[in-house]
Design a protein around this ligand. Sequence first.
Ligand code: UDP
Length: 229
Amino acid sequence: MKKMEQLYEGKAKKVFKTDDENLYIVDYKDDATAFNGLKKGQIAGKGVVNNKMSNFLMQIMEKNGIPTHFVEEISDRETVVKRVEIVPLEVIIRNIAAGSFSKRFGVEEGKKLNCTTLEYCLKNDDLGDQIIAIGAATKEDLDTIADLTFKVNDVLKAYFESVNIELVDFKIEFGKTPDGQIILADEISPDTCRLWDATTHEKLDKDRFRRDMGNVEEAYAEVFKRLGL
Ligand code: UDP
């Protein structure tokens, strides 16, 4: 596998072409941003943690029948993934109220929701992440995405519970392969999930960076350790 030219550089990852037209390489950075890029910083070692953690969790998804873009981890920060066209939606699941949901509805952070909620936001931050799902994918794609997302929640929540972590909420993204299959893409990491210690409710995710709480690296390392990585 040959790493070819860079295709794209995002906030936390770079994506490269390879000599196989159906495969890309993602390269995870330590850069962290929040509030639509207004807050910028670095979390030392985050790229390694997120790469390995995301790959580990994607493989658990695969074992549970959820198709993903994961192909092969080739270094601490680099992974070969399937080429997809990203569906321009951030799909958000919430089990417990936090963040923008708490603000929007005036619900205290930490309140267990009566039912799991699913939201779609447009990926483009310039549009203020307004909830406009219609038109961003076909009706059939959205049905597949919703089914897969609830399944991801069931598997992920149970897995994190087994290591005494509460899965508060998370954001995932899907992609479409050249033959039209919808598969889980992007990443699953403390950048994209709210993870709380189930006993102390201590935050073990990017909120420590967003809210200047300190011990950011330690929190990422703790989740990494609990997953046995
Ligand atoms: N999230 C994300 N990327 C974003 C916005 C949110 O990965 O650009 C994740 C976030 O980490 C949390 C979930 O999506 O796990 C819900 O976030 P929320 O809507 O509460 O927004 P926030 O308060 O993080 O701005």
